[in-house]
Design a protein around this ligand. Structure first.
Ligand code: NAD
Length: 252
């Protein structure tokens, strides 16, 4: 089960040292995949690729701003030149900002949408062209619980709106690409134990934890486990779907 041998997996936003992207990439690598680490943060890309290669995995890096179409096209070309196919795309790159609507500027709104939705669109569109020719592909997007019920802990309304947009985008795309053997699904994590959580004041952290039936934040590995399943051959009849990963803090 869940064998990714010889499959090529692109993970965006995987240049962070302790973010979810790295854990997602490492999980696919352990299942035998060839990994493409992408991020705007070049040092992080180089470090995470080196770590994968040192552990004996096949990996390449691509450092660029993925909101720029030329960069996205260059990424697809680099992957096709090296590996000749793209089996899985994990749209993990994302940014947030804690600001109220009252204080938000239009530029704030555009910056958040630019990476969380528009960059995701550009890469998904380009990857789908390759996947259609293969008649196979798996796409998983990192949405968020805040895209379903609003956020406020770490992000603002623009972040919630961008993550809600990803849910609608994925469902519509599912109707368009199912005929080509491509699935597109979302995960909606709640609070996950990344550096932003560690930086939260104790009092605020307690209030957040009190709202989680499991009484703790999730671990990046717990998100990665669900993503790997959705991206597997075994998840062949699941598309346009989303999986909540939030310890019970939101159920629908
Ligand atoms: N941490 C949580 O609690 C949580 C909860 C729900 C959803 N999410 C989502 O999960 C994803 C990963 O979150 P994380 O906490 O690991 O964040 P993170 O900040 O550790 O990782 C995000 C990565 O995206 C990269 N990135 C930002 N802009 C980019 C651009 N223009 N081009 C390329 N790369 C870019 C950053 O450099 C960073 O490495 C995000 O989409 C986030 O919104 C996180």
């Amino acid at each position: 089960m869940l064998d990714f041998t010889n499959q090529v997996v692109i993970v965006t936003g995987a240049g962070s040292a302790k973010g979810m992207g790295k854990v997602i990439a490492n999980t696919f690598a352990r299942q035998g995949a060839k990994i493409v680490i992408c991020d705007i943060f070049k040092e992080g890309v180089d470090a995470n690729v080196a770590e994968l290669q040192a552990a004996g995995h096949e990996a390449m890096g691509f450092a660029a701003d993925l909101t720029v179409k030329e960069n996205v096209d260059a990424l697809i070309k680099a992957v096709m030149d090296k590996y000749g196919r793209i089996d899985v795309l994990i749209n993990n790159a994302g940014v947030s900002q804690k600001v109220t609507v009252a204080d938000m500027t239009l530029d704030d709104m555009k910056r958040i949408f630019n990476i969380n939705m528009f960059g995701l669109f550009l890469l998904t569109q380009a990857a789908c062209e390759v996947m259609k020719k293969q008649n196979y592909g798996r796409i998983v997007h990192l949405s968020s619980v805040s895209g379903k019920r609003g956020g406020g802990v770490f992000g603002g309304a623009h972040y919630s709106a961008s993550k809600a947009a990803v849910l609608g985008f994925s469902k519509n795309l599912a109707r368009e690409v199912s005929q080509y053997g491509i699935t597109t699904n979302c995960v909606c994590p709640g609070l996950i134990n990344t550096p932003i959580w560690a930086s939260m004041p104790a009092e605020q952290a307690k209030a957040v934890i009190d709202g989680i039936p499991m009484g703790r934040p999730g671990e990046p590995q717990e998100v990665a486990n669900a993503i790997v399943f959705l991206a597997s051959k075994e998840a062949s009849y699941i598309t346009g779907e989303e999986i909540d990963i939030n310890g019970g803090s939101h159920m629908d």
